[in-house]
Design a protein around this ligand. Structure first.
Ligand code: GTP
Ligand code: MG
Length: 222
């Protein structure tokens, strides 16, 4: 049975992820290029229109926004990358914010890596994917905005995403915040990902054992 989101509330916005932020539950973070639909996905999953601010102007989410789901876990909306209009200082700040987050968020259990189903993943998407793998952070690739293409075009569009992000077709979750397509499937995945592991190795299906981080997410600077 699909997990039900019974409650979703805003907890805090952080400009920096310090060593002891006021978040104490397991975390599910959402990452991806600016405008890919991170905030919309959170709203759609929670069945709330205005929990997260969304915008057709890329770069809307500039802070780390934390939401409490069912009193069980924190859903973290991270600022998007690849937003061309921000200046160099802002890009540097983004890189540092993300590095701090990934290095210090000891409660991070799973990441949803979003890519737009209509486009081949960018260099930044690939760096992010490599970073997650090398850090051993379990993640799920979500292909957003599926309502914008025909059903028939889906598998054709998914092929380059699978190839560049080293995923099998069944590991990529097609999703639409506009129609709710893929919502149930993604909620089921999230439920499994956020449940306490039965054993220390329970996350092995998605987790690749790797040495400590060698790829710097802060190098994303497009
Ligand atoms: N048709 C359609 N539009 C979508 C979907 N998801 C998001 N959008 C639109 O895409 C735009 C960007 O969505 P956001 O959710 O704000 O994107 P974001 O990834 O949070 O962007 P940043 O906060 O800038 O990083 C908005 O105009 C949304 O309405 C979707 O599944 N289908
Ligand atoms: Mg956003």
């Amino acid at each position: 049975m699909t997990m039900e989101i019974k409650s979703a509330t805003f907890v805090t916005s952080l400009a920096q992820y310090t060593e002891e932020p006021p978040v104490t539950l397991p975390q599910l973070a959402v990452v991806g290029k600016s405008n890919v639909g991170k905030s919309s996905l959170i709203n759609a999953l929670c069945n709330r229109n205005k929990l997260c601010k969304t915008s057709s102007t890329p770069g809307k989410t500039r802070l780390i926004n934390v939401f409490l789901i069912n009193d069980d876990f924190h859903l973290v909306d991270l600022p998007g990358f690849g937003f061309a209009k921000v200046n160099k200082a802002e890009k540097k700040r983004w890189g540092e914010m993300m590095e701090d987050y990934f290095q210090q968020s000891t409660l991070l259990k799973h990441v949803l890596q979003l890519v737009d189903i209509r486009h081949e993943p960018t260099e930044d998407d690939i760096v992010m994917n490599r970073y997650l793998r090398q850090s051993g952070i379990p993640f799920t690739v979500v292909a957003t905005k599926v309502d914008k293409i025909s059903r028939g075009a889906r598998s054709k569009q998914l092929a380059p995403i699978c190839r560049t992000l080293l995923a099998q077709p069944w590991e990529v979750f097609p999703f639409s915040s506009a129609t709710g397509a893929g919502r149930e499937e993604l909620l089921t995945k999230i439920e499994t990902a956020m449940s306490p592991p039965l054993s220390a190795n329970a996350d092995c299906d998605t987790m690749v054992a790797h040495p400590p981080v060698v790829c710097e997410v802060g190098s994303i600077k497009e």
